[in-house]
Write a protein that binds this ligand. Structure first.
Ligand code: UD1
Length: 403
């Protein structure tokens, strides 16, 4: 008789969609082979509706080939307390009705924390994908979400070795921590070809390596009038030398309106609506450099080895600085940092370990192992190790080789 595992997969905001897509695809791939291994995987995709605009949500479902959500909680925007409470109130009955074996949450948005909190009270197991990242800055709402989610989750699936260290320091037992790699890179690798054939550069009249790609939306950069005005002025100055493409997040646009910052005064800036996934990857790949405060872009630019300046005092993704092409910057040092890039004074960067497009496989394997269903582990793991040219050692999996 075949065994069954049921997952609820949570997606709420833009940066979640590229993380759930590979997990869903891997569940489907695995399920197609049920006759072989005897384990049936079932999933429901729950969209909390934290992001709801076509350009912040629907377009990613299309680009990434994600099936329509089974359930949409349609929580929308609100203060942190309101948004979190709305997700919790609407998610609790779904859990009671669906009775999943696991709830899989990704990233660090309000929806991630809210669903984890509900499950921990109901005794439902939670797997957190992208666990263990820390900026050590509790003024960031995401940092609070990360700490709470990791404290409550049952399985902590980490994207980089530093995340394992953070969790251990917080007293989380080794047995709960699995280094699986960066699942965002699965989506990136799978969509490279489409990104590289995007017509966007031609449409915007841009040359490869001849423009700057900017995204800014963090409250610390955009929710303060003096700061946001200064950012816009500096971007205007950069645009005098090189085209600056700035797809604007709805939060940033809303704050510009509130502070009466006239966007049409910044003539050199190409301010536009948020981009699709493929178009954003295309710009990240081909920009002279990226200026951002997004977590995802720090990682994607690292993969493409495109220089990245992160307009923040800290990052929860230090591996992008240690081995990648990322550097933290501030308004007072931005010009000098840009000059370093233009004068090629920055190191070339490498791709971190396990950012290889195979993370979803390791996630599903870890979930099977944690559920006591280990039969597939050898198949996938052996293939993976053989392809990488490593000697296969069953005892190292699923923690992987952490050295
Ligand atoms: C959220 C995440 C952040 C992530 C970002 C990516 C939290 C605490 N923050 O921030 O970690 O980096 O998503 O985009 O979870 N809005 C729209 N349309 C939408 C969604 C939002 O117009 O589809 C506007 C609303 O005015 C809303 C504002 O953007 O009030 C902020 O949205 P919210 O979901 O609260 O946070 P983000 O800034 O998007």
């Amino acid at each position: 008789m075949s065994k069954k595992l049921k997952f609820l997969i949570i997606a709420g905001a833009r940066p979640n969609f590229m993380k759930v897509a590979p997990i869903i695809q891997q569940i489907c791939r695995y399920s197609a082979d049920v006759a072989n291994h005897g384990v049936q995987l079932e999933y429901r995709l729950i969209h909390t509706g934290q992001h709801y605009d076509e350009k912040m949500s629907d377009i990613f479902f299309t680009d990434l080939g994600i099936p329509a959500p089974d359930i949409n909680l349609a929580v929308g925007s609100g203060s942190h307390a309101v948004q979190t409470a709305e997700v919790m109130t609407k998610f609790e009955p779904i859990c009671e009705q669906e009775k999943p074996d696991w709830v899989v949450v990704v990233g660090d948005v309000n929806s991630t924390m809210a669903c984890t909190l509900v499950c921990s009270k109901l005794g439902i197991k939670v797997a957190h994908v992208e666990a263990g990242l820390r900026s050590f800055d509790r003024e960031m709402p995401e940092e609070v979400n990360r700490i709470v989610t990791d404290a409550l989750a049952d399985l902590l699936l980490t994207p980089s070795v530093d995340a394992n260290e953070n969790l251990k320091r917080e007293g989380i037992p080794d047995s709960k921590i699995k280094f699986v790699g960066n699942v965002m890179m699965d989506s990136l690798v799978a969509n490279l070809e489409k990104a590289r054939t995007s017509p966007l550069l031609g449409q915007l009249g841009l040359e490869k390596k001849g423009f700057v790609y900017v995204t800014l939306h963090r409250p610390s950069n955009v929710d303060n009038q003096t700061g946001l005005s200064l950012v816009m002025k500096l971007l205007g100055n950069i645009a005098k030398d090189m085209p600056v493409v700035f797809p604007m997040h709805p939060r940033t646009r809303k704050m510009c309106e509130q502070f009466k910052i006239q966007l049409d005064e910044y003539k050199g800036l190409r301010i536009m609506e948020p981009l699709s996934y493929h178009d954003s990857l295309c710009l990240t790949d081909t920009a002279r450099f990226v200026l951002t405060d997004s977590g995802g872009l720090q990682e994607e630019s690292t993969y493409f080895k495109t220089p990245c300046l992160t307009l923040r005092p800290n990052t929860e993704r230090p591996v992008t600085i240690e081995v990648g092409t990322n550097k933290l910057t501030g308004l007072d040092q931005l010009s000098a940092d840009i000059e370093d890039i233009l004068q090629e004074r920055r190191p070339p960067g490498q791709i971190p370990k396990y950012w290889d497009g195979r993370t979803a496989e390791r996630i599903i394997n870890a979930l099977l192992v944690e559920s006591g269903l280990e039969m597939e582990k050898l198949n996938i793991c052996e293939t993976f190790f053989e392809e990488k040219g490593f000697e296969f050692d069953n005892n190292l999996f699923p923690l992987g080789i952490t050295s």
